[in-house]
Design a protein around this ligand. Structure first.
Ligand code: ZN
Length: 313
């Protein structure tokens, strides 16, 4: 079933990207306004910047500046120009963050593909997994993509370059080795894989998964163990602050931190990287948070604050 708190998701509603559909709807308005009053446009942009537009809104998840509309004809096939991104200053200048939305909403339909094993250096492991759902059917993969998009918006507003490992642009995956490779090839200064857990009811709270020191095949995490812990601790404390959530009550001894050596996405990373499990989708109280767009915005803000602190901003 689909979800109770959001309109049809972009991937199921249409093959046209949400940005483009929004642009098509709104470009006539934007062009008309451009003729009328540039000062009104400035206000319009400010509203777009401050309303926290996300995947649950009819508004766009990314900002398209009206001034960048390329043609006075709404039917033009020309793509909108890239928004004028703010320039990062100081320690954030030139930094890249890779965000990995855990799983993929299409994985449930491609179990034979995602079950194929890939080399994670220390072992061989399934390409990807389906992820979990709430009892009402809200998919972890939907959650992770929504939080990742919100996180991107916050980080881009700081002038950071942000790369998502996937974005409803493929039927399944990517495999865990490719997820790691995307962070490595982007020379990411920080990588965060966004998840929510699926354990029995009564288990609540968030935890951060840190890479263990492993070596084998293409896996060698010696250089990232230290900085990844710093990244993870900063994300955890900021996430707790913005969401009010407590560290997990079922692992990590109340620290909200867990070290694992069995995750390909961490073992194969050469860049500082952590996973965050934002809550337990199978617990009714946590699920009420995870399905709230307002809470997801707080979650994204907390993760972003941790990343920015790690990067020295
Ligand atoms: Zn997951």
């Amino acid at each position: 079933m689909r979800y109770h708190d959001s309109p049809p998701s972009p991937e199921s509603a249409s093959s046209v990207s949400p940005d483009r559909r929004w642009f098509t709807r709104r470009s006539g308005l934007a062009v008309g306004a451009a003729v009328l009053a540039p000062t009104l446009l400035a206000g319009w942009v400010l509203v777009q910047l401050t309303t926290g537009a996300g995947a649950d809104d009819a508004r766009p998840p990314r900002i398209v500046m009206p001034a960048a509309v390329p043609s006075p004809t709404p039917s033009s096939s020309a793509a909108p120009a890239a928004p004028a991104a703010p320039q990062a200053k100081g320690p954030l200048a030139g930094k890249t963050v890779v965000i990995d939305p855990g799983h993929n909403t299409g994985n449930f339909k491609h179990t034979s593909e995602i079950d194929k094993k890939v080399d994670i250096g220390t072992n061989r492991k399934e390409c990807d997994t389906t992820g979990t759902t709430t009892n009402a059917g809200y998919m972890e993969a939907e959650f992770t993509l929504d939080v990742s998009r919100r996180l991107r918006t916050v980080l881009e507003a700081k002038g950071l370059k942000v790369v998502l490992t996937h974005e409803a642009d493929r039927a399944w995956g990517p495999c865990i080795d490719e997820r790691a490779r995307i962070g490595n090839e982007a020379a990411a200064d920080a990588v965060v894989s966004v998840h929510a857990d699926g354990v029995s009811s009564g288990n609540r709270g968030y935890h951060i998964i840190l890479p263990a020191k492993v070596k084998g095949g293409a896996a060698d995490t010696a250089k990232i163990v230290g900085p990844s812990r710093d990244l993870g601790e900063r994300i955890g404390s900021n996430f707790a602050r913005t969401t009010g959530s407590a560290p997990a009550n079922y692992l990590g001894s109340g620290t909200g931190l867990v070290v694992r050596d069995d995750l390909g996405g961490l073992n194969l990373s050469t860049r500082p990287k952590v996973f965050i499990e934002c809550g337990n989708m199978r617990d009714a109280k946590d699920a009420a948070l995870l399905t709230s767009p307002e809470w997801r915005q707080k979650a994204a803000q907390g993760i972003a604050d941790g990343i920015v602190g790690f990067l020295g901003g």
